[in-house]
Design a protein around this ligand. Structure first.
Ligand SMILES: *Cc1c(COP(=O)(O)O)cnc(C)c1O
Length: 354
C-alpha cells in the first residue's frame, strides 16, 4: 500500500509535564486517513496534519451509528525505542467488528503499515515517563450523505493518537464497581463482541448512576436473566475464587479483550488454573461470604489490570482483599507492563517494534 505523507508546517508544542497528560485530551501533529468507495475499494492512504474533518450533516454515521474503533498503545523503552503490544490482534478484531457492522474490512498488513507509518511520523510524541504511553485510536465510519437505512458506500479509516499519562499515578489503586441490575449493555446476537460506539452509548446512563453513588465503573450482567456476569464495558473482568481464575466465557455479548487473552495465556504458562465459563453474580457473592473470593480485577489496554476493591450488588457491598491489590493481580501487572516497556524479555512473542 502506498501512503502519501504530508507533514505539518505548524508543529504543536509537546506537553512539558508528562505527569499532567491525563487521558485523551491532547492529540499529536498528524493523523492517518484512508477512504473507501464502493466499486473502488480502500484508496488514498495518507498521513496528514491532525485537524478537523469536513462531514455532511447527513453523514450516515451521525444518524445510524455505523462506526467501529480500536484502542492500543505505543510504549517507549529505556533505550528510547518504541514498541507495540500485540497490534495484530487489534486489527484482526477490527475486522471482526467490521464484519458485524457491514463495514468493508482492511487487510491486517495494510492496517499495520498505516499504524507504523503514522507513529513513525509522530514518534517524538511517545512520552518518556514510565507508565505514560501514546494511546492510539484507529476507527472507521460511514460518511455517505444519505438518510436511508442501509450500509454505507463511503467510509473513512482514520488513526489519531493521544499522549496519555500513567493510568496509576499513585500506585495501583483499587476501583469500586457497581453491579447494574436495571439496564443491560448488550444481548447475545447483538453487537457486544464488537468495539462500536453504540455499545458505549448504551452504557452512559448506568455509568452516570454509578458515579452518583461514588462507584467508578459498572459491571454488566447478561441481557436476558441479568444473573450472569459479562464485563465492565471498557474492561473484561476476572475473579480469583479459591485460587482459581474464573472469567465469563465469550458468547457474543462480551468483548474479546486482548489483555484478557494475554492474562489467560500467562496463567496457563504459570500453571495457574484459569477457566472461561458462565459465572453468576450470586456465585461471586457466595464465594465472598465463604471467604473464598481472593481477588477481582478488570483487564483492558488502558489500565492493563485494575484491582477491584469494592463490588456493590444491590444492598450488598463486598470489600475485596481489604481494598488492596491482590498477589496475582500485581504479578500480572508487573509482567505485562514489564514487557510493554521493555524491562522484561518478551518470551511470549507479544512485542512488535516500531
Ligand atoms: C476495548 C474493550 C475491552 C478491553 O479490551 P482490550 O483489548 O484488553 O483493551 C473490554 N471491553 C470492552 C467493551 C471494550 O471496548
Amino acid at each position: 500500500m502506498e501512503i502519501r505523507i504530508e507533514k505539518t508546517q505548524n508543529p504543536k508544542e509537546k506537553p512539558q509535564d508528562e505527569s499532567k497528560l491525563g487521558f485523551g485530551h491532547i492529540f499529536t501533529d498528524h493523523m492517518f486517513v484512508m477512504e473507501y468507495d464502493t466499486g473502488k475499494g480502500w484508496h488514498d492512504a495518507r498521513v496528514v496534519p491532525y485537524g478537523n474533518i469536513e462531514l455532511s450533516p447527513a453523514a450516515m454515521v451521525l444518524h445510524y451509528g455505523q462506526e467501529i474503533f480500536e484502542g492500543l498503545k505505543a510504549y517507549r523503552t529505556a533505550d528510547g525505542s518504541i514498541q507495540f503490544f500485540r497490534p495484530v490482534e487489534n486489527f484482526k478484531r477490527m475486522n471482526i467488528s467490521a464484519e458485524r457492522l457491514v463495514i468493508p474490512e482492511i487487510p491486517v498488513e495494510d492496517a499495520l503499515q498505516a499504524l507504523h507509518t503514522v507513529v513513525e511520523v509522530d514518534k517524538d510524541w511517545v512520552p518518556h515517563t514510565d507508565g505514560a504511553s501514546l494511546y492510539i485510536r484507529p476507527f472507521i465510519f460511514a460518511a455517505d450523505p444519505f438518510l436511508g437505512v442501509r450500509p454505507g458506500d463511503k467510509y473513512y479509516f482514520m488513526i489519531i493518537m493521544s499522549p496519555s499519562g500513567a493510568y496509576y499515578s499513585t500506585g495501583l489503586e483499587p476501583v469500586s464497581i457497581y453491579v447494574e441490575t436495571k439496564y443491560v449493555r448488550a444481548v447475545r446476537g447483538g453487537m457486544g463482541f464488537t468495539k462500536t460506539g453504540g455499545n458505549y452509548a448504551a452504557s452512559l446512563h448506568s455509568q452516570d448512576d454509578a458515579h452518583k453513588l461514588n462507584y467508578s465503573q459498572v459491571l454488566w450482567l447478561d441481557g436476558i436473566e441479568q444473573k450472569y456476569i459479562e464485563e465492565v464495558g471498557s474492561m473484561n473482568i476476572m475473579f480469583v475464587i479459591d485460587g482459581e481464575v474464573v472469567t465469563p466465557q465469550l458468547q457474543g455479548s462480551v468483548l474479546s479483550g486482548i489483555t484478557r487473552k494475554s492474562v489467560l495465556e500467562l496463567c496457563k504458562k504459570w500453571g495457574i488454573k484459569a477457566t472461561e465459563r458462565r459465572i453468576s453474580i450470586q456465585e461471586v457473592a457466595d464465594a465472598y461470604d465463604a471467604g473464598k473470593l481472593d481477588e477481582v480485577f478488570g483487564t483492558g489496554t488502558a489500565a492493563v489490570v485494575s484491582p477491584v476493591g469494592h463490588l456493590r450488588w444491590g444492598d450488598k457491598v463486598m470489600e475485596i482483599g481489604n481494598n488492596k491489590i491482590g498477589q496475582l493481580t500485581q504479578r500480572l501487572y508487573d509482567t505485562m507492563t514489564g514487557m510493554q516497556y521493555g524491562k522484561l524479555p518478551d518470551d511470549m512473542g507479544w512485542i512488535e517494534k516500531l
